[in-house]
Design a protein around this ligand. Structure first.
Ligand code: GTP
Ligand code: MN
Ligand code: MN
Length: 618
């Protein structure tokens, strides 16, 4: 432990100390570390090696600092709870920027500022921002270390909470640094600071952060600067910032796709296997579907990923998918023994960091929906006593669990294959109370991309702002596209030129959240979504019946397996109904949405909209 750590720990952050203590000869990395230390002026520089010993030391320090609470090891071994500043609980989309050289390349969905002006601003904020703190250097790789072209990154941060969380979410440390050095490989420099320097003698707080927050991406330079927030999506820079925003730009330039998708493997009773990816906006069911516990006989589900998918066409024109992450950063509320036992079993194995959950009196964690029985007494996420008569929820609605993915019992072996898996179907889905049927098969690939481009959802707690408003969210990538939205849709259309057309995945639109007239859910959801997955697979196999509607093919009332459910084919008919009046309003909404794109909206999609209108008019 100490013998590993001490030699790397420079006492003063002089440039010479940074270089002499560095366990690498990678010149570009050394130069960046040196330059960053000179700017941010930390007390110490520490190169993260990723070992269990190092993690134990860091979590001990975080417990001593009050940032982490160690949970009862008999309930949650090697697990911790963190409680954030109440003003630092979610991604901050208003403060997220894509600073391309040309404003046009950021597009209307992103905030933009001139890169030079932004750099000036950031340099001002970062100057001396790590005073009194340790600067951690985290070498990481998204995806496989032995992939053909490993996607390296280095995060510099002054947050030990970020280090321990990154260790769960990505492959980090010495092996990565050695490989990067050996290949003299490019890496994405990802700079993060809490923006809370400590003056000599100043008492630290348990969750340091800054009122001012900036999450900034430089797509041409492929770099990230994040200031002022310690929250996961803003601070764990390998995840949304790199694996989606920066990677989407790499993907555009290199002919692949970086998407906000889960990957799952289905095995039918005939022992045929299928791989499916699915894009739903934040807090709309990806982690739940990825860990699906089927309620129908003979079907098996395994998971490969729950949030981010990188896809590229293989040598035979097949679309292959990999999950670039190593952990789950899941929404805790609503994850329970009933709705998602697979997630609960993974969490129960320990080695997890929880953020903004409630604490039970016996040193465990709890959140709304975890168990049917609500504990009589809790400590809520803000440290207050909580009882069942309390008004506010005990856990923050965007409370998260951070857990190693290999603790999932149902993890598919293919997770470890750098070549990934061949997709048979792609799902797009949102959270809509009305209008959108439970499941709709697209007419063809272009029509499926149209569905993805018009995807809409009622807003959730995963991002700061109002909850429950309908917003368009193309491919669930609205907050994550690193470039112009129209160019992004064109890329989807163009990239399929690499495909063997007979092997292109079928595209489906799903909505687990439709309501009936009495206000209840039209479909039970969760494990019963296996019935929808069965219908989808049977459509691929040409076995299930469908009804053609103007928007695509929906299940014939008796084609969904309802065995053991308290539902009738009439209920299915209701759940998949295409209501002409609702669609009048929807078409208007889509038209308004498309008007915002300007010139870069692909013609093919305008045609799709025109054809859809004609089908409704017919
Ligand atoms: P991010 O991790 O933020 O990208 O979100 P996610 O897409 O992984 O969302 P997650 O699976 O964590 O879903 C969170 C919310 O969706 C919870 O409130 C769940 O209760 C709800 N949910 C998930 N699946 C279903 C379903 O099939 N039916 C219903 N009614 N709710 C669901
Ligand atoms: Mn997500
Ligand atoms: Mn999730």
């Amino acid at each position: 432990g100490d013998s590993v750590r001490q030699p790397l720990l420079a006492e003063r952050a002089t440039e010479e100390a940074a270089v002499s203590a560095a366990p690498t000869t990678h010149a570009a990395l050394l130069a960046w570390v040196e330059e960053t230390a000179a700017l941010t002026q930390p007390d110490r520089i520490y190169w993260v090696n990723g070992s269990a010993q190092e993690n134990a030391e860091l979590t001990d320090e975080l417990v001593a600092a009050g940032t982490l609470k160690r949970l009862n090891p008999e309930l949650f071994p090697n697990s911790f709870a963190a409680f954030s500043d109440p003003a630092d609980v979610a991604r901050v989309e208003e403060q997220t920027f894509i600073c391309s050289r040309d404003e046009r390349d950021a597009g209307f969905t992103n905030n933009w500022m001139d890169p030079d002006a932004m750099k000036d601003k950031l340099r001002g904020l970062f100057a001396g921002c790590m005073r009194g703190r340790t600067m951690y250097v985290i070498p990481f790789v998204m995806g496989h270390l032995n992939a053909q072209e490993p996607k390296f990154g280095v995060e510099i941060t002054d947050s030990a909470y970020v280090v321990t969380s990154m260790r769960i979410m990505a492959t980090i440390g010495t092996a990565v640094l050695d490989r990067m050095t050996e290949l003299n490989a490019d890496f994405v420099p990802a700079l993060h600071s809490l923006g809370a320097p400590l003056e000599p003698g100043q008492q630290d707080v348990s969750w340091p952060c800054n009122d001012e927050k900036w999450i900034v991406h430089f797509p041409e330079e492929r770099s990230i600067w994040s200031f002022g927030s310690g929250y996961g999506g803003n601070a764990l820079l390998g995840k949304k910032c790199y694996a989606l925003r920066i990677a989407s730009v790499m993907a555009r330039d290199e002919g692949w796709l970086a998407e906000h998708m889960l990957i799952l493997k289905l095995t039918s009773p005939e022992n045929k296997t299928y791989y499916v990816s699915a894009a739903f906006p934040s807090a709309c069911g990806k982690t739940n579907l990825a860990l699906l516990d089927p309620t129908i006989e003979g079907w098996k589900v395994e998971t490969l990923g729950d949030d981010i998918t990188w896809m590229r066409f293989g040598k035979e024109g097949e679309l292959r998918a990999v999950n670039p992450e190593a952990g789950l950063f899941g929404v805790a509320p609503g994850t329970g023994w009933k709705t998602n036992p697979n997630a609960m079993r993974a969490i129960a194995k320990g080695n997890s960091i929880f953020t903004n959950v409630a604490l039970t009196d016996d040193g465990g964690v709890w959140w709304e929906g975890m168990t049917e029985e609500v504990p009589a007494h809790l400590t809520d996420w803000q440290g207050n006593d909580w009882t069942q008569s309390s008004d506010a929820p005990a856990a923050h609605p965007n409370a998260r669990f951070c857990t190693p993915i290999d603790q999932i019992d149902m993890l598919a072996d293919e997770f470890n294959d750098p070549e990934g898996v061949e997709l048979s179907a792609i799902l797009f889905g949102g959270r809509r109370k009305t209008t959108v049927p439970l499941v709709t098969q697209s007419r063809d690939w272009t029509n499926g991309i149209f569905m993805g481009s018009t995807l809409s959802s009622e807003t959730t707690a995963a991002a700061a702002g109002a909850v429950g408003r309908v917003r368009r969210d193309p491919m669930a990538m609205l907050p994550f596209m690193g470039y112009d939205a129209g160019d992004y849709l064109s890329h989807w259309l163009k990239v399929s030129g690499q495909a063997d057309q007979s092997r292109l995945p079928e595209i489906f639109l799903v909505n687990w959240f439709r309501r009936t007239a009495d206000g209840g859910f039209a479909w039970p959801g969760f494990g019963d979504n296996s019935r929808v997955m069965k219908w989808i697979i049977e459509r691929l196999e040409g076995k299930a019946d469908a009804v053609e509607t103007p928007i695509g093919y929906v299940p014939a009332p008796d084609s969904l397996d309802l065995t053991g459910l308290d539902l009738t084919p009439a209920d299915v008919e209701e759940a998949v109904r295409v209501d002409a009046e609702e669609w009048d309003a929807e078409l208007e909404g889509i038209e308004q949405w498309y008007q915002q794109f300007g010139e870069s909206l692909p013609k093919e999609l305008v045609n799709e909209l025109e054809n859809l209108k004609k089908r409704f008019a017919a």
